[in-house]
Design a binder for this molecule. Structure first.
Ligand code: SF4
Length: 314
């Protein structure tokens, strides 16, 4: 990804549609209507009925897949924030990221699970206990694999940087050079029609935003990056040109698979496409008229509202 960052940065087309320009604001009649970014960027629903259901008080049912995705997502955030803390708090002479992370292993894994205990309670009712045990064992094993992989990768990167820093006495230059990363920062993008706060998964070198995804690949993931870039621009008034989709799959092997991970320029084409959809969704939220469902239930596969919308055919 780092090499891709360098080569892509040299070829960024001119981007005009920034989050801090009025041209990115919603149509005047939609001003003041706001939706959460996850709903604006979830573009599975052809009719935008998911927005109608949301604004009329229906919440998407919890499923194992949603629970799994949240835990893995939180795990990455926990690993990243701990790496940043360790690297920032130690001098170069004493820094041993691999050992520090090993010591924190149980705390990090337990914390990621604890944060979604309430969701697990709702999901439990959907399964027989033996089935649930199998799913939980798989989740824990997947978490271990991610932790081991990220621990190995991040400590190797830090050690590589350490090996080239002979005269430095503080950890900070190292921190800035190797991990020009930040995580968990929130942005205000009310002007774009987004509910506050907007919290991207991570940022890299200020002009790159990152999003972590699990589950099958969806083309609308590009919308999430675009919405994050526009939000940061609206809040900070500085450009965000690129995005990383850190797509994670855990199959029957030790190392997680990032085959579908992407480094993308968030160009005007992506921005225009997303803003068109945003206006469509804000209009449904404003008018609160049921747009109905698509002709075929096939178009709804993977949507959390499936059972609600196709109840008559189940
Ligand atoms: S089930 Fe279909 S119609 Fe209903 S919200 Fe989901 S995608 Fe839209």
């Amino acid at each position: 990804m780092t090499n891709q960052y360098k080569s892509t940065k040299d070829h960024i087309p001119s981007i005009k549609l920034r989050g801090y320009e009025r041209v990115g604001y919603p149509a005047p009649e939609l001003f003041g209507v706001r939706l959460p970014v996850n709903l604006l960027t979830f573009n599975l629903c052809k009719t935008q009925r998911d927005v109608f259901l949301h604004v009329t008080g229906h919440s998407m049912p919890e499923t194992w897949e949603r629970y799994y995705g949240r835990v893995i997502h939180t795990l990455y955030q926990e690993i990243l924030s701990n790496i940043l803390k360790i690297v920032g708090a130690n001098s170069i002479g004493s820094l041993d990221l691999g050992s520090s992370l090993t010591n924190l292993r149980n705390t990090i894994l337990a914390s990621s699970l604890r944060k979604h205990r309430d969701v697990l309670k709702k999901v439990k009712a959907l399964f027989e206990s033996s089935e649930l045990e199998t799913l939980q064992a798989k989740l824990k094993s997947d978490m271990e694999k991610i932790f081991c992989y990220e621990k190995g990768l991040s400590s190797a990167l830090v050690n590589f940087e350490l090996s080239s820093l002979y005269n430095q006495s503080s950890g900070n230059p190292l921190f800035q050079k190797t991990f020009a990363l930040s995580a968990g920062e929130s942005y205000n993008a009310h002007v774009l029609g987004f509910t506050n706060p907007v919290t991207p998964d991570f940022r890299y070198k200020n002009d790159v935003v990152g999003d972590i995804k699990t589950g099958p690949w969806r083309d609308y993931y590009y919308h999430t990056l675009t919405a994050y870039a526009l939000s940061i621009e609206a809040h900070t008034r500085s450009p965000v040109d690129c995005g990383i989709i850190l797509h994670v799959q855990i199959l029957d092997r030790t190392v997680p698979i990032h085959e579908l991970a992407r480094f993308e320029v968030i160009d005007d084409f992506k921005r225009k496409r997303f803003l068109m959809i945003r206006d469509e969704k804000l209009r449904v939220a404003k008018e609160k008229v049921d747009p109905g469902r698509p002709v075929s239930s096939k178009e709804c596969e993977g949507c959390g509202f499936y059972n609600h919308c196709w109840e008559d055919q189940m």
